[in-house]
Structures are given as structure tokens and as C-alpha cells.
Design a protein around this ligand. Structure first.
Ligand SMILES: C[S@@+](CC[C@H](N)C(=O)[O-])C[C@H]1O[C@@H](n2cnc3c(N)ncnc32)[C@H](O)[C@@H]1O
Length: 224
């Protein structure tokens, strides 16, 4: 999975660069932040536009413990971190509005990078969460998302992965392309569409890696 994790992190940087430099976004709601590492969303955005505002959200207290690294904003910009659960979008939106952390009347990029696959399939839960968040964002906002898939794995690996899910050993739920994109109906897909993350606006000379070693799709949508 190492190649997939690295490619996912790289696409987070490329998507943030696109959103800041090309789409002109200056506010980011990054849900499922993860432990701080290099090129966190605010570092990438503020390199291009120092006034960028980033609100990080994660439900893991460990991330909170390391959040200081996420709070090193440029003096012109803003970063904050809240502990909250993606499954409670109204609490996240309330925290975003609180103390004007984000101005939800101006375009926002909602970052759902490697987090929606923690929401189990069925019952339309992922769709309801995304809809609730996107409904509160103004036209001209964007959503960047990546998601685990088993579609490129050989059949025996798929079976092994399903056994891990059935045994409760993994809580990362794969989706195919249709299920990944379903919550984003009504939004405009940004070029190049839904791709494996190592293929999304990749630079010239990027490695061609076996798709099964990546196993993460990504895309960016714009709210019309
Ligand atoms: C695989 S990491 C992704 C980190 C980062 N976005 C990246 O792509 O490098 C997933 C993160 O999502 C968080 N997460 C999982 N389920 C969540 C939920 N229901 N609400 C908020 N965060 C969640 C985990 O705690 C973890 O930090």
C-alpha cells in the first residue's frame, strides 16, 4: 500500500496547488486531516497565497496532540484544528462558522482526502454527509476527494481484502468509480475527471505504477 499512500499524499499537494493557483480558492475545510507531515494543506496553499485560511478536522485525538504542527500559519493567513466527526457534518459547519474561522458566503474547497472510505457502504450515509456539507457552500466552491478501491486488484487479492473487512480487521471500505462519484452528483467534474491519484494532473516524467499498487481514485468537482 506504500505506493498508494505516497501517491495519495502527492495528489493532495497537486489538488491544493490547483485549487489555490488556478481556481483562486483561499479557504479550505480539510476533513480527515491525518497526522501532520510535509506539505500539509495550509503549507501548500499559503506558499501560493499566504492569506489562505485552512480549518482542519479529524476525529482522532492523536491528531489533536500533533496539531501544533498544523497551526503554523503565515501571518496573513489562518489555520485552526478541531476534533470532530465527518458523520456529524452540522457540527463541522457550526465550528467553521464559529468565530468566522471560514466565511461560508465565499467559495471554499472541501477536502475529503482518503477519508470517505471510512464511511461504510449502504444506507446512503456518505452521500448524505457530502450533500449536507456541499449544500452549505456557495457556488464556485470545490470538493477534492480521494477514495480506496479494489477494482485493480487481482481476484485473489480482492477476496483476501474482503476477508479482512468481514473479520473487522480493516475499516477502509472500497468503492468502485460509480459509488465513489455518486455523492458528487450535480457538481461539475474538473479535468481530467476521475483518475487513479498518481494520474491526476501528474507532472511529466511521473512513474507509471501498476494500478493495483495505487488503488486510490481521486477527483475534483466544482459547485456550479
Ligand atoms: C488515511 S488518513 C488521511 C490523511 C490525509 N487526508 C491524507 O490523505 O494524507 C485518514 C484520516 O481520517 C480520519 N478519520 C477517519 N474517520 C473519520 C471521521 N469519521 N471523521 C473525521 N476524521 C476521520 C483519521 O483519523 C485519519 O487521520
Amino acid at each position: 500500500m506504500r505506493a498508494g499512500i505516497r501517491a495519495n499524499r502527492d495528489v493532495l499537494r497537486r489538488m491544493t496547488e490547483f485549487l489555490t493557483a488556478e481556481a483562486g480558492i483561499r479557504q479550505f475545510l480539510d476533513i480527515g486531516t491525518g497526522l501532520p507531515t510535509v506539505d500539509n494543506t495550509h503549507e501548500v496553499a499559503q506558499r501560493i497565497a499566504p492569506e489562505s485560511r485552512v480549518l482542519y478536522v479529524d476525529n482522532d485525538p492523536l491528531v489533536m496532540a500533533h496539531a501544533r504542527a498544523l497551526l503554523t500559519s503565515s501571518s496573513e493567513g489562518f489555520t485552526d484544528y478541531i476534533e470532530a466527526d465527518l458523520r456529524q457534518p452540522e457540527a463541522i459547519l457550526a465550528a467553521a462558522r464559529d468565530r468566522d474561522r471560514l466565511n461560508l458566503s465565499e467559495p471554499v474547497a472541501l477536502m475529503l482526502i482518503a477519508v470517505l472510505h471510512f464511511i461504510p457502504p449502504g444506507k446512503g450515509q456518505a452521500q448524505a454527509i457530502v450533500r449536507q456539507l456541499v449544500n452549505e457552500l456557495p457556488a464556485g466552491s470545490y470538493v477534492a476527494a480521494t477514495h480506496f478501491t479494489v477494482d485493480f486488484m487481482p481476484p485473489e487479492e480482492k477476496i483476501r481484502y474482503q476477508q479482512l473487512l468481514d473479520a473487522g480487521i480493516s475499516d477502509i471500505w472500497p468503492r468502485d468509480e460509480a459509488a465513489f462519484s455518486a455523492p458528487f452528483g450535480g457538481l461539475d467534474l474538473v479535468d481530467p475527471g476521475i483518475t487513479l491519484v498518481n494520474q491526476w494532473r501528474r507532472g511529466a516524467g511521473a512513474d507509471d505504477i501498476d494500478p493495483s499498487r495505487i488503488s486510490v481514485r481521486g477527483a475534483v468537482w466544482r459547485k456550479p
